[in-house]
Design a protein around this ligand. Sequence first.
Ligand code: PLP
Length: 379
Amino acid sequence: MVTTPLSSQPAPTLSPLNVPQRLLLGPGPSNVNPVVLAAMNTPPLGHLDPDFLGIMDEIQTLLRYVWQTQNRLTYAISGTGTAAMEATLANAIEPGDRVVVCVKGYFGHRLVDMAQRYGAQVHAIHQTWGQPFSKESIQNAIETHRPAVLAIVHAETSTGVRQPLEGLSDLCQAHGTLLLVDTVTSMGGVPIKLDEWGIDLAYSCSQKGLACPPGASPFTLSDRAYAKLQKRSGKVPNWYLDATLLEKYWGSERVYHHTAPINMYYALREALRLLAEEGIENAWERHQQNAEYLWSQLEAIGLQMHVAKEYRLPTLTTVRIPEGIDGKAIARRLLLDYNIEVGGGLGELGGKVWRIGLMGYNSRPENVDRLLQAFKEVL
Ligand code: PLP
């Protein structure tokens, strides 16, 4: 008789999961709307079940509404915002393509690194962390490099800057350049109109303005971007993110590609439905009003914002840490004593700012009041 030897590795014994209730006012994730959490608690369907395919169709319709686009290729990437970022670059870039990346914060650097990995000749242009690019500096870069793709972050989460995008598409189209925009910290909270602004490729995430957990990330390609994809000489070098394969699952063919994270898609569908119910313009207005309330309350206790009001994001505010204050210690006290998460500075702004998010379900005056009360006690 063959006996299986006992494993020398003992089974871990843990108590059931017990997670503290935090108010997530950092750069994301933000708190999830309870309706969305309830939707996740629905039994999974098969990923080719006609009812599930109907939910995928609804996600596409809702994404088009929230982004204000008619793009046929508009769907969710199964992964976080970084996967959707990678999907845009993998599909848009052919080895040797010139790509201009506008770097004015941490996520611009990530775009540079990724574009290089897909074989692009990358020309990065730089702006001070805390300021947007002028249209003239972008025009200059396009005219100098005549890139296949211009990549820019709309809402730079590391600095709190809103980059104006109006007018860029005319520059891009005049030079045969595709306009690729990161809308991770803007979608659902900051006005963005993909078609009106001529944006060719965009991606986002679920865990910020959409009030959903992280894991299913919006992605879209315009007809111009799709035409470039169809003309490419080689295959998209990333199988999982190849839009020509993904379109067969999301489009009418319904061919198996990967097992969709079913319950994440339920959550995304509900999060988008709630945004549509509120009305996207109303959601933008709510974010602006609550951000202005936050700014006035922070100023009232003597704190300074890092970004000029004109370019400040309503979703993410960078607040300068006053001289002589240990910013990390304050954030730690807020977390452990008050159950409130705020973010620290990233990259060049490390140790210089706190990052306060008011996104999606969290963009409410009572959250501002709770944070300000805690700030007053710890500062
Ligand atoms: N782009 C921006 C502007 C972001 O803020 C983030 C994350 O915060 C990402 C991309 C990457 O998204 P994720 O962390 O969901 O992968």
